[in-house]
Design a protein. Sequence first.
Lengths: 184, 146
Amino acid sequence: MIELYVLLAAMLVAALVAIQIKDLLAAAVALGIVGFSVAIMFILLQAPDLAIVQIVIETLTVVFFAAVILRTTNTDTTIANGLKRDLVFPTVAYVTFGVVFLIFVGRALAELPSFGSPTMLVAREYIALGLEKTGAANVVASIILDFRGYDTLGEATVLFTAVVGVLTIMRRTGRKEQNSEERG
Amino acid sequence: MRGMSSIVQVIARLLAGMLFLYGTYIVMHGHLTPGGGFAGGVLIAAAFILISLAFGSVEQTERSSYTLSSVVESLGGVMFLSLALVGYLFGTFFFSNALTYYIGKPLQLISGGIILPANIAIGVKVGAGLYAIFLALGASRFVMKD
């Protein structure tokens, strides 16, 4: 279990580095560290199929970022040097809220069964009671459309968003001409 | 979009009906056999895509089927959401499968409560959505022309 916490700490550091560093290529590498740590966590948590997807996606993302950065610019000009005065209060407020939140979450999570054990506690119920409770012979269908209907609703929303995105980008009506936009 | 040669057109005419039928079968039997709305919807969209690739289409038809498929896609989403609300009619929670105790016996086609209609809704949504994406991307040359 200790390696998970080491990974989590590394991810936190890498995420902060990715936000704050001026060299964009280093930021992309830091982002890659976060993604590959997630992949390693999936492997440690015995979810190899998720780990495969995560590795593929992360590699693609880092390569894509690197390609874009190598072709354009390497420095981030939006990051200011030194500590700004008006950032002090928000930082203190966020840290205070975070500590309070973590205290309450720690209390709440102490009630749950310990992390990763027992596996299959929920799945066992689904498999045993699937036919009886939903009347569907296909266990997968009884899970995705009955027990975990919310997940499927989210999936359908993802597809809907993808369709809306494509149709918005590729739409034929309501698109202004380049010239008329310039004229205002 | 231009059509393809007559060999492709004959084969596509034979295959498209079977593809559509198989997609419908997978959607309808989602609660009994592997598959369901997502897989079947993709097959249904494939039948439409095959037809429009093989036979081509003029811009006017593409515009109207583009509008129609995006409307049907939204209708599928609304249908799925309203099926989720059925639970409220029976005094239970959102997405509860209350119908299953009233309709049909397990292992029959009409069974599983809202699972069958939900599969149909998802199938409609996925099929129409993918076809709309295909039309938007495949026919995008008309965007430049407008």
